[in-house]
Design a protein around this ligand. Structure first.
Ligand code: 26M
Length: 824
C-alpha cells in the first residue's frame, strides 16, 4: 500500500514507467501485447492525472482556507484541444515521460496522437476562454471556468466533392481520462411553469415560481494545470440529468417507455454545441442551455460563498463573475431571483450586489450576432426572469427619463426590450446594465463599441466601458506547438519567456545576427516540412517546402474575406500563366476553417476554394509555382501544426468587423509576417512589431463607415476599371472552375455586384494585390524576410494572455495571486 502511494506521485523515469504498466493492467485492463495506441493514451493520461491530484487539492484547500476572492469565468464555450502535451509540459515532466515510454518501446508522439481534440467551442471566443484558464492557473489566480460538458463538440468537417459535410464529433466515445465526475454535486434547474404572487412574513409582495419542470445539473471537474504545476485550478462543466422522482411517477403508471423517453429528451440539454459563430439562432434549446449552465454555476458559487458567510453583503468582495459574451447574461436576472426570492434580500440591495459582482465582455459588433430572445419565448421558458427583467428595465428607464428629457428614441434604444416587430429581450443591454465593467477585446473594437452598439449606454455610464486586448498562451502556442523555435529561443535567452513572454524582446537584437537568422530559418523549415507532410496526408497535394506558405485559417465568414484571398489567387494564377518565363516566387496558399452548417454563402466559398484548387494544382503551365489547399476539419490540433509553419499570415477582414482576432497573434508570435487590414488587434500588432515589418492595406474602419454612409460605391465601376479582377470574376462566372455547373457561383457574383459588395471585397482588391506583391518581392530576399520574421516574434510579448488576464485581475476583478500551501 505504501509503495503504491509513492508510485502515484513519483516524477522520475522509473516511477513513471512502473505507473504506466500498472495502470495499463489494472485500470485499462489490457496486456502490454494487446494494448492499442488509445489504450496507451488512457494509461499515460491516468498516470499523469495522478500526479496532479495532490497539488490540485492543495490549491483548492488554500483558496478555501484563505477565503480568497475567486473569479468565475462563465462561458458557453471552452475550445481546449488536447491536454496530454499541455499537462506534461506544465508539470515539467515531458522528458521523463518520453524516456519512460521509450523503455516500454513506445513513442510519446504517437501516444499523444490518440487523444481526441476537445472542441467545446466554435472559434475565437471559445479558444480565448481556454487560453485564459491556462493564464489564470499560471498566474496563481483563484479562477474557475464554468461551462457545459457537451457530449458532441463542434461538428467534424469533411469535404465531399468539394462541399462541406458535417459529422458528429464524438470526443467522449472512448471516455475522458481528464475529468472527474461529481455525481454528488447536483443542482436543480427549472423551466416553464408560472409565477405566483403572495405576501411574505412581513406582508410584502413576493413571488414564487411554481409548476416548473426540473432538470438536474451534474458537475464534471477537469484540473487546469498552471505552468510549473504549482497552481491547479478547476474547470467545472455541467451535464444534464433527469430527476428520479419525475421518472418514478411514470413508472408507477406503467408508462415506462414514456418515462425513459422523457429522460432522454431532458438530457438532450447538454447533448450538442451549437455550431454558430456570430449568428443568433433564436432557438429554444439554446436559451435553455444558456440558463441551465448559468443557474447551476450561480448556485454553486453561492453555496461556496455561504461556507464562510451568513449574508450576501460581501459577495462582491469574494466573487467576481465574468460573462463571456451575452450567452450567460441571464445570470443577472438569475442572481436577482436567487437573492430576492430564495434568500430574502431586498431588491435594491440585491441589485447593488449583482452589479458589483458581474462584468461583461463583448466579442462582436455584428448586428446579427447580438442575442435578442423573443419575449414570448422568455415568458414561457423563464417566466420569473421575464418579470425581473421588466422590473430592472422599468426602474432604469424611470431614472433615465429625467435625463433623456423627452428623447423617446433614445429611451427606446436604452430599453432592455426591443419593441420593434416581435418584442425581444436585448441581452447585450441586460449584460451592460447588470455589470460594473464592460470590456471590448481590442483598442479599436472598444472604441467602436462606444460609438455604435453601446453609444447611448456609454453616455449614461461613461466609466463602464474599458478595453482588454486579447492575448494567447505562450505555453501552447509557442512552447508546445513549436519545439524547434522554442529550443532556439531558449538557447539564446534562457526559458524565462515561457512564464514571462515580455522577455522574448531580447531576441530583437539577434535579428541582425547572420547565424541566428540561419537557425531561425532552419526551425521554420522544419515546421514547414511537418505541415507539408500533414497536407499530403489530408489532401493528397504535394507542396514545395521552400515556397511561401501563405496561411488563412479561421471560421469561414464573409467579413473575414476568404473570398478576397481566393480572388487574388486566381489573379496570380493568371499572371503566372501569362508570363511563364518570369521566375516566380513559388506560393502555397493554405486555407482552413469551418462554415456554420446553415451559412450557405460560406459553404459556397468553401466549394469555390476547392474548385479553384483543383484547377490550379493540376495545371502544368504554372510549374508548381502555385498550389492551393483547403485543409479539412480545422481545430486546435490542426492549428498547432499550421501556426508554426506559416510565412505569411492573412488577417484581411473588412475594417471594423473583426473584434480582435487571436490567430493573428499566434501566427506573428511564430514568426509569420502579417498581411492585413487595420482591424481588431492588427492595429496593435502593427504598433508592436513596427510598420516596416507588416503589410497593411485597404480601407480603414473610418473609411469603410464613410463609404457605406455615403452610399457612394459602385462595385461594377471598380470591377470595370480593374482588368485582373474582371478577368478573375469572368472565369468564375463562365464556369472555368465549375464546368459541371457553370452557374454554381452566381450567388457570389451577385453579392459582389448587384448586392452592393457589403464586405468591400472589390474595393480593397487592388490594394490587397499590391501588398501581396510586396510580400512576394520581399520573400526573394530571405535574409531580409527572416530579419522581419524575427522582429515579429521578438515584439509579440505583449500579446501573452498572461498580460491580458492580469489586466482583468487588477482593473476589473480585484483578485490577487494566491500561492498554494503544501502540507508537510
Ligand atoms: C450564437 C448563437 C447560437 C450559437 C452560437 C452563437 C455564437 C457563438 C460564438 C455567437 C458568437 C460566437 O462567438 C463570437 C466570437 O467568437 N467572436 C470572436 O471573439 C474572439 C475573442 O474575443 C475575437 O478575437 C474575434 O475577433 C471575434 O470574432
Amino acid at each position: 500500500y505504501k509503495s503504491r502511494e509513492i508510485e502515484r506521485r513519483s516524477l522520475d523515469v522509473d516511477g513513471l514507467k512502473r505507473s504506466f504498466l500498472e495502470w495499463l493492467v489494472y485500470s485499462v485492463g489490457k496486456d502490454a501485447r494487446a494494448a492499442t495506441r488509445r489504450d496507451w493514451f488512457h494509461t499515460v493520461a491516468l498516470a499523469v492525472r495522478d500526479r496532479l491530484v495532490d497539488r490540485w487539492m492543495d490549491t483548492t484547500r488554500t483558496y478555501y482556507q484563505q477565503d480568497a476572492k475567486r473569479v468565475y469565468y462563465l462561458s458557453l464555450e471552452f475550445l481546449i484541444g488536447r491536454l496530454l502535451t499541455n499537462s506534461l509540459a506544465n508539470l515539467g515532466i515531458t522528458d521523463q515521460c518520453r524516456q519512460a515510454l521509450d523503455r516500454i518501446g513506445l513513442n510519446l508522439d504517437d501516444v499523444v496522437e490518440a487523444e481526441p481534440d476537445a472542441a467545446l467551442g466554435n472559434g475565437g471566443l471559445g479558444r480565448l476562454a481556454a487560453c485564459f484558464l491556462d493564464s489564470m492557473a499560471s498566474e496563481a489566480l483563484p479562477g474557475y471556468g464554468y461551462g457545459i460538458r457537451y457530449e458532441f463538440g463542434l461538428f467534424e468537417q469533411r469535404f465531399e466533392h468539394g462541399w462541406q459535410v458535417e459529422y458528429p464529433e464524438q470526443w467522449l466515445q472512448f471516455g475522458n481520462p481528464w475529468e472527474f465526475p461529481r455525481p454528488e454535486v447536483l443542482y436543480p434547474v427549472q423551466f416553464y411553469g408560472r409565477v405566483e404572487e403572495f405576501r411574505d412574513s412581513v406582508g410584502e409582495r413576493a413571488y414564487r415560481w411554481v409548476d416548473a419542470e426540473r432538470v438536474l445539473a451534474m458537475a464534471y471537474d477537469t484540473p487546469v494545470v498552471g505552468y510549473g504545476g504549482d497552481t491547479i485550478n478547476t474547470l467545472r462543466l455541467w451535464s444534464a440529468r433527469a430527476t428520479r422522482d419525475f421518472n418514478f411517477g411514470h413508472f408507477n403508471d406503467g408508462a415506462y417507455m414514456k418515462a425513459v423517453e422523457q429522460k432522454v429528451l431532458t438530457e438532450n440539454l447538454s447533448r450538442v454545441l451549437y455550431p454558430n459563430d456570430a449568428t443568433e439562432g433564436g432557438k429554444e434549446l439554446r436559451l435553455k442551455q444558456e440558463y441551465f449552465f448559468t443557474s447551476a454555476s450561480l448556485q454553486d458559487i453561492l453555496r461556496r460563498y455561504l461556507q464562510h458567510h451568513s449574508n450576501f453583503d460581501s459577495l462582491p468582495d469574494k466573487a467576481a463573475i465574468q460573462l463571456n459574451d451575452t450567452h450567460p447574461a441571464i445570470g443577472i436576472a438569475e442572481l436577482m431571483r436567487l437573492l430576492v426570492d430564495q434568500h430574502g434580500v431586498t431588491w435594491d440591495k440585491a441589485w447593488d450586489i449583482t452589479r458589483a459582482t458581474f462584468s461583461y465582455t463583448n466579442h462582436t459588433l455584428l448586428p446579427e450576432a447580438l442575442e435578442a430572445w423573443p419575449v414570448r419565448m422568455m415568458e414561457r421558458v423563464l417566466p420569473r426572469h421575464m418579470q425581473i427583467i421588466y422590473e430592472i428595465n422599468a426602474k432604469f428607464l424611470n431614472r433615465s427619463k429625467a435625463r433623456a428629457a423627452g428623447d423617446n428614441a433614445r429611451l427606446s434604444r436604452l430599453s432592455l426590450i426591443d419593441e420593434r416587430g416581435d418584442r425581444r429581450v436585448r441581452m447585450g443591454n441586460l449584460a451592460f446594465l447588470g455589470s460594473h465593467k464592460v470590456n471590448g477585446v481590442s483598442a479599436l473594437h472598444t472604441e467602436l463599441m462606444k460609438q455604435t452598439v453601446f453609444a447611448d449606454f456609454h453616455a449614461e455610464f461613461p466609466e463602464r466601458i474599458n478595453n482588454k486586448t486579447n492575448g494567447i498562451t505562450p505555453r501552447r502556442w509557442l512552447h508546445q506547438a513549436n519545439p524547434p523555435l522554442a529550443a532556439l529561443i531558449t538557447s539564446r535567452i534562457g526559458n524565462g519567456w515561457i512564464k514571462d513572454l515580455s522577455q522574448i524582446k531580447a531576441l530583437a537584437e539577434k535579428a541582425d545576427d547572420l547565424v541566428f537568422r540561419e537557425e531561425f530559418r532552419r526551425a521554420k523549415r522544419k515546421n514547414k516540412k511537418r505541415l507539408a507532410a500533414y497536407i499530403a496526408r489530408q489532401t493528397g497535394v504535394d507542396v514545395q517546402v521552400d515556397s511561401l506558405f501563405d496561411v488563412q485559417v479561421k471560421r469561414m465568414h464573409e467579413y473575414k474575406r476568404q473570398l478576397l484571398n481566393i480572388l487574388q489567387a486566381i489573379a496570380l494564377y493568371n499572371e503566372m500563366r501569362d508570363n511563364p518565363t518570369v521566375s516566380w516566387v513559388p506560393v502555397t496558399k493554405i486555407f482552413a476553417g469551418k462554415a456554420a452548417p446553415s451559412y450557405h454563402m460560406a459553404k459556397l466559398i468553401i466549394k469555390l476554394i476547392n474548385d479553384v484548387a483543383k484547377v490550379v494544382n493540376h495545371d502544368p503551365s504554372v510549374h508548381d509555382n502555385l498550389k492551393i489547399v483547403l485543409l479539412p476539419n480545422y481545430n486546435v490540433t490542426a492549428a498547432e501544426i499550421i501556426m508554426p509553419a506559416a510565412d505569411l499570415s492573412e488577417q484581411i477582414s473588412t475594417a471594423g468587423m473583426e473584434a480582435s482576432g487571436t490567430g493573428n497573434m499566434k501566427l506573428a508570435l511564430n514568426g509569420a509576417l502579417t498581411i492585413g487590414t487595420l482591424d481588431g488587434a492588427n492595429v496593435e500588432i502593427r504598433e508592436h512589431v513596427g510598420e516596416d515589418n507588416i503589410f497593411i492595406f485597404g480601407l480603414t474602419a473610418e473609411e469603410v463607415n464613410d463609404l457605406r454612409a455615403s452610399g457612394g460605391f459602385n462595385p461594377r465601376d471598380v470591377i470595370a476599371s480593374n482588368p485582373s479582377l474582371k478577368r478573375a470574376l469572368d472565369m468564375i462566372s463562365t464556369g472555368v472552375f465549375s464546368p459541371d455547373d457553370p452557374h454554381r457561383y452566381h450567388p457570389i457574383l451577385q453579392a459582389l455586384t448587384d448586392g452592393g459588395d457589403h464586405f468591400l471585397v472589390t474595393a480593397d482588391f487592388s490594394d490587397y494585390c499590391q501588398a501581396q506583391q510586396a510580400a512576394m518581392d520581399l520573400y526573394r530576399d530571405q535574409e531580409e524576410w527572416t530579419r522581419k520574421a524575427i522582429l515579429n516574434t521578438a515584439n509579440m510579448g505583449w500579446f501573452s494572455s498572461d498580460r491580458t488576464i492580469m489586466e482583468y485581475a487588477t482593473e476589473i476583478w480585484d483578485v490577487h495571486p494566491v500561492k498554494p500551501e503544501h502540507p508537510a
